[in-house]
Design a protein around this ligand. Sequence first.
Ligand SMILES: [Zn+2]
Length: 323
Amino acid sequence: MAVIEIIPILVPVKFDLKTVNFYLIKQNKSLTLIDGGYNDEQCWNALISTLENNNLQLRDLTEIILTHHHVDHVGLVDRIVSKHPIPVYASPLSIPRLKRDKAFFEMRVEFFSNLYRSNDCGEKGEKQIAYLHKAIRNNQKKAMQADVIGITEPTLLNFEVIQVPGHAPDQLAFLDKTGNQLIAGDLLIEHISSNALVEPDEHGNKLPSLIQHNDSLSKCMSLNVDRVYSGHGKIINNPNPLIKKRLERTEEKAERLLNQIKSGITTANGLAEVNYKKIYEQQFSLVMSEIIGHLDYLEHKQKIQKDLLHGIWQYSVTSACKI
Ligand SMILES: [Zn+2]
């Protein structure tokens, strides 16, 4: 039986994520880093001092594995690999995102442009699209330089590789069966509910992110692990009651939207403005993600339907649900 030792690196951050977490994994022949925090001095110093405190050095690292492509999980990769070349593994879906593939990001902007227009987001949507266009140009230089190897096998270094999309389309979790523990990226966070972000697939079709996120949470629950090593905040012992709470919260939110649709609000943008007021102004894309995700969820449950009227999706309650 393979014994896996997990050494957590928890780096405090000022905003509500509390910490960014990454993990050193010690096994007999390897020393793996799972995730790489932000590209900043705090994360770098935390990595180096944790290695030193365990009588290890950077050159003892044998590979890096990424849970997903977000900037707070991949920051140190190039800095590590430029000093000490080792393989970097991630989901094949992470690669165009990490490499800032231009065609992929142009398709993504096109996707959001259609999404915001067809959900009646008006000027607010146009502004966000202009921002995304600018970001493509600025982010070219943030493309990961290291070669990334796509994980295609069901196991990697004594971990079972589990697909847990939702928060990000490429998110993976790594199950240590012997230790009954799971390293799960941002699937489950102890102090806040993880966002299921609306994203296109590689063909430009909308992914059902919230439905995927809930399925991933249910998958995690069925594993009955003792511990979840999260991407932010505390390490979660006995995670199942928290997972149950998160799944119930989705139901409550969806129910609230259903009642608002019943009362006559018909567009995603209308629901976003009513429910989030100030946050709608400050965090427009997150709010739209939240609303559209829950509308997809209600549609999936056949509680609502949508019809395109003059290019705008109009939501209404299905006849089965009116009773
Ligand atoms: Zn994160």
